[in-house]
Design a protein around this ligand. Sequence first.
Ligand code: ZN
Length: 59
Amino acid sequence: MKDQTHYPLCKSELKKVYTPKDYLVNGEIFDIVECSSCRLRLTSPFPDKDKIGSYYESD
Ligand SMILES: [Zn+2]
C-alpha cells in the first residue's frame, strides 16, 4: 500500500481534507484527500485491490 500525494490521473496536487475516525476498516486508518484540480475525493493510501471489497462494505 503506497501513500499517494498526487491523483494519478490528472497529476494535480492532493490536499488532505480530514481523517475520518469512523472509517476504520480492518483497523486501518486512512485520510480523505481532495484533488485541487477536479475536486475528486479519495482515500489515501489507496486500498489494495484485494481489500477494496471490505471498504465498500463499510460504506
Ligand atoms: Zn484531479
